[in-house]
Design a protein around this ligand. Structure first.
Ligand SMILES: [Ca+2]
Ligand SMILES: [Ca+2]
Ligand SMILES: [Ca+2]
Ligand SMILES: [Ca+2]
Length: 288
């Protein structure tokens, strides 16, 4: 009797177990879906990681060898750098899984004519030329307050955007006078930039010159709008220079001497050209 009473209940028990298993599986999927849907526009972190009133600086070194602006960053060993990732950014939005998903190493150098930057970006899926708006694809933003007057709308203030497909804008319109080189590499892409000094400063930088500066990094891994956005110092790269970090210009004494020697050689050549012109003039119109 006991055996026969148990048997009809067995299918019911199996059904109950199957239902419980399905509920657990569906629940887990639902939880995962919610985790994946943490939207790209959610502000995850926007707090200063430096002490109030202070901001970080990138040391810009005088370069004695002019870098070739081609995206091959072989000319930059020994130049100081900053690291931009979700742990070092003042602000970031969206989902960044790890350093291979989105991060960058940024270096800066200068000479009398240009300010140079080399940016190594780690990004496991590179997407360019996907959206009309430059900020929706993979690329970098460079925010400058050249006079360091913390005013955003002067001739010295720029927001350069360089997209991985080569587009370059200044505050959203095609930039002029800025040279860029982009190379896609394994695990990301490299960008080199040369910005005319005259766009940022009324004179040539000297050791100790300081400019307002920040760098932003957009990540698009699935097309359409960006998925993540990092800013080194500040909450945007165009209109709040009071929150930017700085570029501090420096040069080693030996590099200063090399630069002066190069200028002397140029002046000597120019003087020789003038002497030739003067000689020709003397032949045509002898001086009394
Ligand atoms: Ca190069
Ligand atoms: Ca990525
Ligand atoms: Ca300014
Ligand atoms: Ca990407």
């Amino acid at each position: 009797m006991r055996k026969s009473a148990w048997l009809p209940r067995a299918p019911l028990l199996c059904l109950l177990l199957i239902s419980l298993t399905l509920a657990v599986v569906l629940g887990a999927r639902l939880l995962n879906t919610r985790a994946d849907e943490s939207g790209p526009l959610v502000l995850v972190h926007a707090a200063p990681i430096t002490q109030e009133g202070s901001s970080r600086s990138l040391n810009s070194m005088r370069l004695v060898q002019t870098p070739i602006i081609d995206g091959h960053i072989t000319e930059w060993p020994g130049i100081p750098h900053i690291e931009l990732n979700r742990n070092t950014a003042y602000s970031f939005w969206g989902r960044i899984t790890d350093i291979d998903d989105l991060s960058a190493i940024v270096r800066c150098g200068w000479d009398e004519s240009y300010i140079y930057l080399a940016i190594e970006v780690a990004d496991e899926i590179v997407i360019g030329n996907d959206s009309t708006d430059v900020w929706r694809d993979d690329g970098i933003e460079l925010g400058f307050d050249g006079l360091h007057d913390q005013y955003a709308w002067g001739w010295d203030d720029h927001q350069y955007t360089i997209v991985v497909d080569g587009r370059v804008t200044d505050r959203g319109v095609p930039a002029t006078g800025v040279q860029t080189g982009v190379q896609q590499v394994l695990g990301g892409y490299n960008i080199e930039v040369a910005i005319p000094v005259a766009a940022l400063s009324p004179g040539v930088p000297i050791s100790g010159t300081v400019m307002g500066f920040t760098v932003g990094l957009h990540d698009d891994d699935d097309g359409g709008n960006w998925d993540a956005y990092l800013i080194w110092e500040g909450t945007n790269t165009s209109s709040s220079p009071e929150l930017y970090g700085t570029l501090t210009f420096s040069e080693r004494p030996e590099d200063h001497i090399i630069a002066l020697e190069a200028r002397l050689i140029k002046l000597e050549r120019r003087l020789q050209e003038l002497m030739v012109i003067l000689k020709e003039y003397e032949l045509l119109a002898p001086l009394e």
